[in-house]
Design a protein. Structure first.
Length: 204
């Protein structure tokens, strides 16, 4: 069986990247991380890559004339590495149609809310302000709309009266680290099928 190759896009700490690395090294996930790209220079995620012998690069969006050209450059890098799935792990830029068309149905993201509630930035703060009693995280396929793609997995966490955005973020992040590798494994094992926008898991 050919190895299942992951490409990862990051913008910061890379804690979800680390969760994927840990899952691979524990033999829980039969995949390899082929390449990591960041749109930010010198991010902590690169230190994680160095510790685990993973190739990574800073791709500077400022040297491209527009978002489309930048996205195409990213796509070419991942295509050259023959990746099977692209994982957004704290990547803070929106991927455009030119990128998504080249990797149709092969881009996933983890978002810190129970989508469709609280899409976009600051989801944890939105949850606290709204006074919800539960929030959580969602792994979903990426489409051209923000945090709108078909949902693969979700995990709920309680929102306590004493929570602020930072405290809630930490509780949600723990669950992100659990469900993101699980979602990748479901895709790798071809256990997902679609019914409209719903994602169904076979042999669950």
């Amino acid at each position: 069986m050919n190895e299942f190759r992951l490409g990862v896009l990051v913008s910061g700490r890379g804690t979800n990247l680390q969760a994927i690395i840990d899952s691979i090294e524990k033999k829980e996930l039969a995949a390899v991380i082929a390449f990591v790209i960041s749109d930010k220079v010198g991010v902590p995620a690169f230190e994680r890559c160095a510790r685990h012998g993973i190739d990574s690069v800073f791709a500077d969006p400022k040297i491209y004339s527009d978002r489309n050209r930048y996205d195409l450059a990213l796509a070419e890098i991942f295509q050259s590495r023959e990746v099977d799935l692209i994982c957004l792990a704290g990547y803070m830029r929106i991927l455009g149609a030119s990128f998504l068309k080249k990797f149709q149905g092969k881009v996933i993201n983890v978002h810190p809310s129970l989508l469709p509630a609280f899409p976009g930035l600051g989801a944890q703060g939105q949850a606290v302000t709204a006074g919800v009693k539960f929030s959580g995280c969602t792994v979903h396929f990426v489409n051209e709309k923000i945090d709108d793609g078909p949902i693969i997995l979700q995990s709920a966490v309680p929102v306590h009266d004493s929570d602020d955005a930072e405290i809630l973020s930490a509780r949600i992040l723990e669950q992100e680290h659990i469900i993101y590798p699980k979602a990748i494994k479901m895709i790798l094992e071809k256990r997902l099928e679609f019914s409209g926008k719903r994602v169904l898991c076979k042999n669950n």
